[in-house]
Design a protein around this ligand. Structure first.
Ligand code: PHE
Ligand code: ZN
Length: 882
């Protein structure tokens, strides 16, 4: 069957529902294959809706077993039920109740939305449109109801029964059955519904809110894994306190439950009072989790918790407003991590992530505004643009209006819109009101897709002692938006004098507040600011702290970069200077590999990095980030067109070798010096020392493979924590040979059965940049411990290969693309969301050089031509090719 053309949903066509559902009483009898759901819905006509229209409820794969209207069984002629829809031909004008009985099979649910089984537990995932796989409903976020949920199950199979809200009642029944009733007093949309049943272990703790209410916290995990949940619990309590201190937000229920499951499509889900997590973001022990795993747990625990106010108490009117909860909540979790760890290191990491994931999205065929205007499949819009660029927009807003007004605007938002389903306009109106600023121009950031390019030109006038800076902006066209308008771009800047001293800013072309704050607003296509009283040619530090999600061109002169690296008091731009110098060196090496141009002169750059290694112990995490060269993906993005991953790989390696060689003894000394005999602690300072130590090891091995192998082998054998062990294994993986294979074997033996660790074992092998890797990946996928039904495992093999092994994925024989194509098609009937996400690895196909471009396009076309595609994969393939 040919795939039907997608059915577009448009923001411009939003209208309120014709009915409201005030209360939802669910009675759910858990059974492995025949779960029974009785939903009693209190419906009434929406005064804002149309009169006289019939009622149509959403469904997805449902079997209707019974239907009562106001307590009386309905006649078959009065309604129409299909798996995807329940329509009442006539609905009463007065409020009425509808009692719907459906039957579902959680064991057959491989797509992991709705009610499914993970391991031996029952769990749900309803965002965005999963509730309609449990019962017929008005399954959209602007229908808010109060839920009561009764769950019944075999007590031996599911001693733990959880749902949203507070526990109301529980008890034993005949035949070894039992039940629990949960009541959630806060009106919520259906996507926040959740239920868990299973035989789970748990850890508990009490949190006292600042107004003195006790909240019972619990984290449920597989039996035997309780020990590994303590860091998550600690992070939760810290997040709860932080939201009180920073935003004045207190928790509102008597309990807060988290459940970790091993089969989950995303990171985690903020269901009211019952967050469900991918266990990757809960479970950690020093022996099994790396420092970045710990940081990820802290961030995701906080993110889901913060949704309680930004997402749950105030939810989204429609799915076009997704960034209203996601961008804002990412911003909040980034701020939390900055406060808990190092602000500079967090910012650099966040910007690296944005450039790695969001910039390519924004410059390719899948580009869309932070608030999209149309979608075919909403699940394909949980993107880096909505999340990470969405967070940047909040950050810019805060920068523009200042910290105090930002906080007042947030307070007003919570006050005005609590209990409602809001829009981006609602949100922005609060900030406009408190700051008395017209934010109309700023709103364009939500509607206009694409990454703006800001060009900076400067001229120093020796006689006038003035420095003229011209900033221009331009946004390339994106699908459906050919003409772009200038945005309001906050550009943070500083000027440095000859000796690295910061100059006072004074200019007739900028306001006093712009000069005082070092923050200029670029609101037009171009703006020139002439700074007066500049004694000698200054060095400009622009876009400090990455004050806007733009590309800044061109990079400053090498001399200036070296000076910024030495004395800029903005750590982000110090790091940026090192990145720009590395890019410059790598691209010079590309030219010289192609036979044009000489090898670059990196002496000054290397000297700066050498000083950093020698003196970096006071901020080792920052030093490690500065030593980390741009990734192959960074390089491809910077090149932008006719990308040849092989030559980028060679050029990058050539710099790695040169740098490792030039700094060898200092790196070795750092590696030795930073070793830690104390017991492992995941705190930011200890993690920073390990990061610098392992960055040093990696470069030692690049410069001197034999020495690197000896050091890595020893570290691999001696390591008592996963961070050091995995770093050593990664070095051995790159070096190859027997040492590598032996280490992989040992690692597997040591951690067999520990799925999250074995995921690392799979991922590391899939990213080896060698010709034999593609065959290795095929072998990995034939193993018994590989399964298409477990998203973490699929991502660790296929996701890692497609997104983190550019030379093999883009192999010139097309084998990498074929591998992805086959997996996507095999996975699609089982888990379309995951299949669609994997396929986005091909989105930048047009930036490749001609041969690869043709091969990638052909793979996408074959996917699109396959029969019975899911809406998810159909949508990605269609848009990628458009
Ligand atoms: N809302 C979740 C979050 O960002 C993400 C998610 C979306 C999870 C859809 C599952 C399904 O916190
Ligand atoms: Zn979120």
């Amino acid at each position: 069957m040919r795939n039907p053309p997608p059915q577009a949903v448009r923001l411009s066509e939003y209208r309120p529902t014709d009915f409201l559902i005030d209360t939802v009483d669910l009675d759910i009898c858990l059974h492995r294959t025949q779960t029974r759901v009785v939903a009693r819905l209190a419906l009434r006509r929406n005064p804002k809706g149309r009169a006289d229209v019939p009622l149509t409820l959403d469904g997805d794969g449902l079997v209707l077993r019974g239907l009562k209207l106001n307590g009386r069984a309905m006649d078959a002629g009065d309604y129409d039920a299909t798996p995807d829809r329940l329509a009442l031909h006539k609905a009463p004008d007065a409020p009425f109740t509808l009692e719907i009985e459906t039957e579902i099979d959680p064991s057959a649910n491989t797509q992991l939305t709705g009610l499914y089984r993970s391991g031996s537990a029952y769990c749900t995932q309803c965002e965005a449109e999963g509730f309609r796989r449990i019962t017929y409903f008005l399954d959209r976020p602007d229908v808010l109801g109060v839920y009561t949920t009764r769950i019944e199950a075999d007590k031996s199979e599911a001693p733990v029964l959880l749902s949203n809200g507070n526990p109301a009642q529980s008890g034993d029944l005949a035949d070894g059955r039992h039940f629990a009733v949960w009541r959630d007093p806060f009106p919520k949309p259906s996507y926040l519904f959740a239920l868990v049943g299973g035989d789970l272990g748990c850890i508990r703790r009490t949190f006292t809110t600042r107004s003195g209410r006790d909240v019972a916290l619990a984290i449920y995990v597989e039996h035997g894994k309780e020990d590994r949940a303590h860091y998550a619990m600690d992070a939760l309590a810290r997040a709860m306190r932080w939201d009180e201190d920073t935003f004045g937000r207190e928790y509102d229920l008597d309990v807060f439950n988290i459940v970790a499951v091993s089969d989950f499509n995303m990171g985690a889900m903020e269901n009211k009072g019952l967050n469900i997590f991918n266990d990757k973001y809960v479970l950690a022990s020093p022996q099994t989790a790396t420092d970045s795993d710990y940081a990820g747990i802290e961030a995701v625990i906080a993110h889901e918790y913060f949704h309680n106010w930004t997402g749950n108490r105030i939810t989204c009117r429609d799915w076009f407003q997704l960034c209203l909860k996601e961008g804002l909540t990412v911003f909040r979790d980034q701020e939390f991590s900055s406060d808990q760890r190092s602000r500079a290191v967090e910012r650099i990491g966040d910007v690296r992530g944005l450039r790695l994931a969001q910039f390519p999205e924004d410059s390719g065929p899948l580009a869309h505004p932070v608030r999209p205007e149309v979608y075919n499949e909403i699940n394909n819009f949980y993107t880096a643009t909505v999340y990470e660029k969405g967070a940047e927009l909040i950050r810019m807003l805060k920068t523009l209006i200042g910290d105090a007004d930002f906080r007042r605007g947030m307070d007003l938002y919570f006050e005005r819109f609590d209990g409602t389903a809001a829009t981006v306009e609602d949100f922005l109106s609060c900030f406009a009101d408190v700051s008395a600023r017209d934010l109309t121009h700023f709103t364009l950031w939500y509607a206009q897709a694409g990454t703006p390019i800001v060009t900076a030109k400067s001229a120093y006038d020796e006689n006038a002692k003035s420095f003229a800076l011209t900033l221009s902006q331009h946004t390339p066209p994106t699908p459906g938006q050919s003409d772009k308008r200038p945005l309001l771009i906050p550009i943070s800047l500083a000027l440095f004098g000859e000796n690295g001293e910061r100059l006072d800013l004074a200019s007739p072309d900028a306001s006093a507040s712009e000069c005082a704050r070092g923050l200029v607003e670029l609101a037009t296509a171009s703006r020139t600011i002439t700074f007066a009283g500049v004694a000698s040619r200054p060095v400009a530090s622009l876009l400090r702290g990455f004050s806007a999600p733009v590309r800044l061109e061109p990079a400053p002169l090498s001399d200036d970069l070296e000076r910024l690296l030495a004395f800029d008091d903005d750590p982000f731009n110090r790091w940026q200077a090192a990145q720009s110098l590395a890019l410059r060196s790598i691209f010079a090496r590309v030219d010289s590999l192609r036979g044009s141009g000489a090898a670059p002169d990196d002496r000054a750059f290397f000297d700066a990095l050498r000083r950093l290694v020698e003196t970096g112990d006071d901020d080792p995490a920052f030093a490690a980030q500065t030593l980390a060269l741009p990734s192959e993906t960074d390089l491809a993005r910077e090149v932008g067109q006719n990308v040849d991953p092989d030559i980028l790989f060679c050029a990058r390696n050539s710099l790695r070798r040169a740098l490792g060689g030039a700094l060898g003894d200092r790196l070795e000394a750092a590696h030795a010096r930073l070793g830690d005999a104390r017991p492992y602690s995941p705190d930011a300072a200890s993690a920073g020392r390990r990061a610098l130590r392992n960055a040093s090891l990696d470069l030692v091995a690049a410069g001197d493979p034999a020495k690197g192998e000896a050091l890595a082998k020893r570290q691999f054998d001696d390591a008592t924590n996963m961070t050091d062990k995995l770093a050593a294994l990664a070095v051995l993986a790159l070096l190859g040979g027997d040492a590598r294979e032996a280490a992989f074997t040992r690692f597997y033996e040591q951690f067999a059965g520990d799925a999250l660790v074995i995921d690392k074992w799979f991922a590391l092998q899939s990213t080896i940049p060698e010709e034999a890797t593609t065959a290795r990946v095929h072998r990995l996928m034939r193993r018994d411990d590989f399964s298409l039904l477990n998203p973490n495992r699929v991502r660790s093999v296929v996701g890692a290969f497609a997104s983190a092994n550019p030379t093999r994925f883009h192999a010139l024989d097309g084998s990498g693309y074929t591998l992805l194509e086959n997996i996507v098609l095999e996975l699609d009937p089982k888990n379309p969301q995951l299949a669609a996400r994997l396929l986005t690895a091909l989105r930048s196909w047009r930036t490749l050089e001609a041969r690869r471009r043709d091969l990638a396009e052909a793979a996408l076309r074959r996917v699109l031509a396959a029969p019975n595609l899911s809406r998810d994969v159909n949508d990605i393939a269609t848009r990628a090719l458009a």
